[in-house]
Design a binder for this molecule. Sequence first.
Ligand SMILES: Cc1cc2nc3c(=O)[nH]c(=O)nc-3n(C[C@H](O)[C@H](O)[C@H](O)COP(=O)(O)O)c2cc1C
Length: 159
Amino acid sequence: MTAFELIRALAHDAPIGIVVTDPMIESPGPTILYANAAFGRLVGRDLADIVGHSPRFMQGRETRRATLDAYRHALVAGERFHGYLANYRADGTKYRAEIDCRPLRAADGRIENFISFEREVIRRIGRPVGSAAGRYEPTSVSNDALTGVLRALNVFEHV
Ligand SMILES: Cc1cc2nc3c(=O)[nH]c(=O)nc-3n(C[C@H](O)[C@H](O)[C@H](O)COP(=O)(O)O)c2cc1C
């Protein structure tokens, strides 16, 4: 079983958005191979309208180019990207996504896929800010088993 197959088996009912792409970084890639139901809810689209497309469809006017450049550099370097992006739903509403994206490697080290964990966050009001992570909080918090595993893996740093 590949890492991708394992994730597909576990991710379906997870409350956090999970999306897996192929390893092609250059446009028109990466292509979405799998998205769970929570990802469909996050981006406001049917899964059938997500799979087969590039994740760039969520971007819009207020999506910061500098953050996308950092994202792209992380993908090229085969490193994790953790950041916050303004994205848009199919109906045009804007949301802020916290994105934790990692390469999935074959046994020989080759990158086979990228996986991203995504959730909506809102700006914290009236709290001291130490880092970007301190500036936002998730719109909902879950305590299911998979979220516990993700927390143990430091996904989002604090799920
Ligand atoms: C698994 C995965 C998930 C992604 N999810 C998003 C997303 O939710 N929103 C977004 O704006 N970009 C997302 N991206 C980033 C874009 O696909 C693209 O890599 C980014 O725009 C930088 O590349 P570019 O400079 O060629 O556009 C994702 C990329 C990967 C590999």
